[in-house]
Design a protein around this ligand. Structure first.
Ligand code: TYD
Length: 197
């Protein structure tokens, strides 16, 4: 099974990924976890570009897709083939939301990705107001990078809310950490119960 975390910067994805992985491992599930952009060559270039100055939208899209192609063939498919529960911090809906927010057609971005990337069984969309997530980013002492401007995050949020895929579960990322973790755990438990006899 493939479970994906999505949402704008500062929505709480990394914390919640850690918590979910820990609780699933405590329940003896065979879990592997990774993030996008990856820590490989293309992913590193993208992270650098976020600090140093953006690429053009189409260059950026091409690089995210190259990064994801490698991720799919080297990590995601092997994990799924081994029967593992694969958890990702961001996947191709980020591509739709973020590169879509720069003016590219997000529906086309989803089509492009679904031509090679396995569809997730569950997308946990941590939805939050960009003003609230921005305050969180500042309070943890981080400076917002160029992927994180508030007007752009507003557009990302709109795209996430418009995707309308029934595998996406919206979770209120503005709630306290414990309730968000409980909600996520219930959604994943429901998925597992529906798949494991
Ligand atoms: P993020 O998860 O915020 O990484 P970090 O914890 O290192 O800051 O991801 C980096 C940025 O990449 C984030 O702002 C969203 C952006 N992004 C895209 O624009 N398109 C994509 O396809 C993906 C996967 C991420």
């Amino acid at each position: 099974m493939l479970v994906v975390f999505e949402g704008i910067d500062g929505a709480g994805k990394s914390t919640q990924v850690r918590r979910l992985v820990q609780s699933l491992r405590d329940e003896n599930w065979d879990v592997v976890v990774d993030r996008e952009p990856t820590d490989k060559e293309h992913g590193r270039r993208l992270r650098e570009s976020a600090l140093a100055g953006r690429l053009s939208p189409s260059e950026e899209l091409a690089l995210f897709i190259a990064d994801r192609r490698q991720h799919v063939s080297e990590f995601i498919l092997p994990g799924l083939d081994d029967g593992k529960l694969v958890i990702l911090d961001r996947y191709y809906h980020s591509n739709a939301a973020y590169q879509g927010s720069r003016g590219l057609d997000w529906r086309e971005i989803i089509r492009q990705n679904e031509a090679f990337a396995p569809r997730p069984d569950l997308v946990l969309w941590l939805d939050i107001d960009p003003a609230v997530s921005g305050a969180r980013i500042r309070s943890r002492g981080d400076v917002a990078n160029q992927f994180e401007r508030i007007d752009q995050l507003q557009r990302c949020r709109q795209i996430y809310s418009g995707i309308g895929d029934d595998r996406i579960v919206r979770i209120d990322g503005g709630c306290d950490e414990e309730s968000v973790a409980n909600e996520i755990h219930s959604a994943v438990s429901r998925l597992i119960a529906s798949r494991v006899p």
